[in-house]
Design a protein. Structure first.
Length: 224
């Protein structure tokens, strides 16, 4: 199957006098999961929003298969984004949310899932944080886009849900590339094919896990 490539470069972002991102290069191919790591406030979420076209910057280069895609509408067709905050309106039922998000031909397959079957008759506002996160992730992965950006996907998930979500992520790699960041770095390190760390506004390619200690992200190899 043909591989597709997402490349991000030339991104600079400041908030007031503080420079958040200054020298960013990130490349992701379909069939791989990039784990994006960094301390709180390092710019991980900001970078994902910029790539998705949801955060404005004065200069940005986002290319898919070497073709520049710098308008929000075009990006939304090729890049799906999971915000760390909920995005499904509370007043909807789960069934209605699925009907609005999933193509009719794919709904039966989407709902053929033990967790989803238990939620289908509920309102979004009645879901636990883990149930809602599970539903949101599955919706985003069902999008036909080539690339998926996941910000804090594991938030609120039980260990069993995390295991199932990770299997979903792996199963989608035949047609998608995924960039994932989460405070639960153990899960990110475990599932990622490649690690990238943001420090001092710059991206650093991590080839060996011990580099996370050398660069000050972790304090001891016991956390790896």
């Amino acid at each position: 199957m043909k591989k597709h490539t997402l490349e991000i470069s030339g991104i600079q972002k400041r908030f007031g006098e503080k420079t958040i991102l200054s020298d960013v290069f990130l490349k992701c191919e379909t069939s791989e999961i990039i784990g994006l790591l960094g301390r709180n406030g390092s710019g991980k979420s900001t970078l994902l929003k910029i790539v998705a076209g949801l955060e404005s910057v004065s200069d940005r280069s986002v290319r898919i298969n070497s073709v520049s895609l710098n308008t929000k509408n075009v990006l939304l067709n090729e890049v799906s984004y999971l915000d760390q905050d909920r995005f499904i309106p509370n007043h909807l039922s789960v069934k209605k949310a699925i009907s609005l998000s999933i193509d009719k031909s794919e709904r039966a397959g989407f709902c053929d899932d033990a967790f989803i079957k238990n939620l289908i008759k509920k309102k979004i506002k009645h879901l636990s944080s883990g149930e809602l996160r599970y539903l949101e992730i599955k919706m985003v992965l069902s999008n036909p886009s080539l690339f998926v950006l996941l910000d804090e996907p594991y938030n609120g998930l039980s260990p069993l849900m995390i295991e199932i979500i990770n299997e979903m992520l792996k199963a989608s790699l035949n047609k998608k590339g995924i960039i994932i960041t989460d405070h639960n770095y153990h899960n990110v390190i475990k599932i990622a094919n490649r690690l990238v760390m943001i420090k001092d506004g710059k991206t650093h390619q991590i080839k060996e896990k011990n580099e996370l200690i050398e660069k000050g992200y972790l304090t001891s190899s016991v956390f790896l």
